[in-house]
Design a protein around this ligand. Structure first.
Ligand code: BGC
Length: 750
């Protein structure tokens, strides 16, 4: 046999997996060769250029400072590079006039859609639908790619348990498992199964590493303290999951963690991310998060900043210029080992090579782009529908609309720019379909519209009476209230989380006029609705639902589709309960959840000496995982394949879920565990699995979850995995406060 035939024979005989491994090793090797070839041409200044990201400006023009930086090889990435025209110009300057012709990686915040806007991430998380979340990211990425963008700063997988924090809107909620599952879906949606040069694929960025959501008192950019064992068990897992899904880049957080800024945190960036997790993509700082270490009192000057961040192996600096100004001298003085710079540059080049940037030539918007296509809008509508959570329904929904007049009221009924929510930089507002648009199109003259308030923040009550008057002869009124887009997002935290402005007064007035009120809340966070809840007949939580929010809300209110969203975050009754989350740790004096507060004047007695409040129940307004439907479901008691297992074995837990009502619908079956005794106190409940099941009336399906080492183990304070024998309670149900359980025992672990 000649050599070629021998090779072919070997290929034929080789098991597929081994063949795949061999091919991917070859691809990796050839990629690495390419990285090295490019790398070898670079001077120290040019290497530092690759480690620098600068912000451009929106519009068709490329500012002179950007052109100069490119021509002088002082930049590796641009964010907010402008229109496709500007990006085309930029890439042409790179190709013709830059010293090494290394393409720039063009970054932008494509967070929940590019031009077709999907619901805010917190809303998407309420769908509990991995596939839809993946599709949403995929469409966002494709639209952005068509306009010359190669890299998004998403997903944000910060665990968020404080609804005051404005960026909770951009998060996937309070739970590490749900965040990991949906964050991973986003990574795959943007990148595919790995970084690739395929058309429409862009690099994702796991942000913000780490702890940004644990910001003290809910204010943005505040200090963060996280005990080590919580870091490992609550905050790190979604990032590890993103890494396992192949995420190309990480972004550091603005905050410190226990006194050390994330952007200079050697423990997190070196020990965890590089040494323990073997991450080989690149890490970017957040916007000036490096230079801000001076304000934080960690660095004396920019030179310090460069030294501290480079020592932590932070690869690329966003916007500030510590590396540009000082990295060279730090290398020359020996304070920074050149190998740190070399590794950073290779990490960056590796991503550029994997994305195929060296082969791409960007020529403005391609003609066949699907931006804002009917397909993209249909997907955005599907996602919006599944993100809607029905919190309350007193036999009014679905609303039967025959010939009667329907009131459409409220500052968010016809507010397209508010409906897209935070981080909608590229939203095309004219394309947004509001609830008012959708209802009017469906019911024409039957719709009686009155905005009631100028916007959701307005305290002016002068239109309220006129609104009530306009509703004369109208019984069913749909009130669109909540938060304007600007009330959540980065730097937009609130100290009160009730309905802002005079919205409560508007609802009060309609309630006094004896209307049937369906309250639709669009907001970037859980709101405390207080006494409003008793005055309305139904509450549909819509978050900020995006471009197709109007038609989605129409379909759900009229019963064309049954709501199926479930809360990804606990809703407090009142701000004083914050932080409130389902997976807290049990007290030595557990609360009595039936106790709704202790009447004033009651002497302190044993009833009071529990983990309760004096003035409010300990239970939330709405629990994590909660959400109503128009139909009803039964979930059978969990059936276990065994009640005992040892390390390495698995037990399966099966339930039968049945649609026992009249409508087609979907139920989210949720699996939780509680480790009853452990060397670290474990949460009362931890989500470990979920499946969304779509059922016709009368239909039933079996849902099976597997429980083994992964579900039963946890981390100690040093990040070691602990799998401890003993009893575990396994819960299955349709909300964290509506569960049935069984006990299993993990035996004899050696
Ligand atoms: C945000 C990041 C964002 C970056 C770039 C920062 O202010 O914290 O999440 O990706 O800006 O726009």
């Amino acid at each position: 046999m000649n050599r070629v035939n021998k090779f072919v024979a070997a290929l034929v005989l080789m098991p597929v997996l081994a063949l795949n491994n061999m091919l991917s090793a070859q691809t990796n090797q050839s990629m690495e060769n390419k990285v090295n070839t490019i790398f070898n041409q670079l001077t120290l200044e040019q290497k530092i250029g690759q480690m620098t990201q600068i912000a451009s400006t929106n519009g068709d023009e490329v500012p002179q400072y950007v052109i100069d930086a490119i021509k002088e090889g002082r930049v590796g990435s641009i964010l907010n590079a402008g229109t496709p025209k500007a990006i085309e110009k930029i890439q042409k300057i790179v190709a013709k006039e830059s010293p090494n012709k290394i393409p720039l990686i063009i970054g932008r915040d494509v967070i929940h859609g590019y031009k077709t806007i999907f619901p805010i991430p917190l809303g998407q998380a309420a769908s509990w639908n991995r596939k839809l979340v993946e599709t949403g990211a995929n469409i966002a990425g494709k639209e952005a790619y068509d306009e010359g963008i190669n890299w998004t700063f998403a997903p944000m997988i910060d665990i968020s348990r404080d609804p005051r924090w404005g960026r909770i809107a951009e998060s996937l909620g309070e739970d590490p498992y749900l965040t990991a599952e949906l964050g991973t879906a986003m990574v795959v949606g943007f990148q595919g199964n790995e970084l690739s040069s395929e058309k429409g694929r862009i690099a994702a960025c796991a942000k913000h590493f780490i702890g940004y959501g644990a910001t003290e008192n809910g204010k943005d950019y505040n200090a963060v303290s996280i005990p080590d064992y919580q870091l490992w068990n609550t905050y790190l897992p979604p990032f590890k999951a993103a890494l396992d899904a192949g995420v190309g880049t990480f972004m550091t957080a603005f905050n410190d963690i226990n006194g050390i800024p994330a952007s200079a945190n050697q423990f997190l960036l070196k020990e965890v991310l590089r040494e323990k997790w073997n991450f080989d993509g690149f890490v970017v700082s957040d916007w000036e998060s490096m230079s801000q270490m001076i304000n934080q009192g960690y660095s004396e000057n920019l030179r310090d900043v460069a030294l501290q961040s480079a020592s932590a192996q932070l690869d690329m600096e966003m916007v500030s210029s510590a590396y540009q100004k000082h990295l060279k001298e730090l290398v020359e003085s020996g304070e920074i080992d050149i190998e740190i710079v070399n590794t950073a540059v290779k990490n960056i080049l590796r991503v550029k090579v994997a994305l195929g940037l060296f082969e791409q030539e960007y020529n403005g918007v391609p003609k066949d782009t699907e931006i804002l296509s009917a397909t993209h809008k249909a997907e955005a509508k599907k996602m919006a529908i599944e993100s809607l959570v029905l919190l309350k329904n007193e036999n009014i929904l679905p609303l039967k609309i025959k010939n009667q007049k329907i009131g459409i009221v409220g500052p968010l009924a016809d507010a397209p720019a508010e409906q897209v929510g935070t981080w909608s930089l590229d939203a095309v507002i004219d394309e947004v379909v509001t609830p008012f648009n959708a209802f009017q199109e469906a019911f024409g003259d039957q719709i009686v519209f009155a905005q009631g308030l100028e916007n959701a923040r307005s305290n002016k009550t002068d239109q309220i009476q006129a609104t009530v008057d306009a509703m004369k002869g109208v019984k069913d009124v749909i009130v669109f209230a909540g938060e304007d887009a600007i009330l959540s997002g980065e730097g937009h935290s609130r100290a009160f989380i009730n309905l802002p402005g005079a919205q409560e007064a508007l609802i009060d007035a309609l309630a006094e006029a004896d209307k049937n009120i369906i309250l639709v809340v669009q907001a970037g966070r859980p709101l405390t609705l207080g006494t409003i809840e008793d005055k309305v007949n139904a509450i549909l939580y819509a978050w900020h639902p995006g471009t197709m929010g109007g038609p989605a809300i129409l379909d759900v209110i009229t019963g064309k589709v049954t709501p199926s969203g479930k809360l990804p975050v606990t809703f407090p009754r009142t701000l004083g309960q914050v932080p409130i989350y389902y997976s807290s740790i049990e007290s030595g004096r557990p609360a009595n959840p039936q106790m709704l507060g202790i009447p004033t004047g009651t002497p302190l007695d044993p009833v009071g000496l529990t983990n309760n409040y004096l003035d409010v129940s300990v239970t939330p307004a709405y629990a994590f995982g909660y959400g109503l439907s128009y139909t009803s479901f039964s979930i059978s008691k969990p059936k276990l394949s065994n009640t005992e297992l040892v390390k390495g074995e698995k037990i399966s837990v099966t339930v039968e879920v049945k649609n026992t009502g009249k409508y087609e619908g979907a139920e989210v079956v949720q699996l939780y565990i509680h480790d009853k005794v452990a060397s670290y106190m474990r949460p009362k409940l931890e989500l470990k699995g979920f499946e969304k099941v779509y059922l016709a009336p009368g239909e039933s399906k079996k849902v099976t979850f597997e429980i083994g080492d992964d579900q039963l183990s946890f981390f100690d304070k040093n990040g070691n995995v602990l799998l401890e024998k003993g009893k575990f309670e396994i819960f299955v149900g349709n909300a964290s406060d509506n569960l049935a359980s069984e006990i299993i025992t993990l035996k004899d672990i050696k």
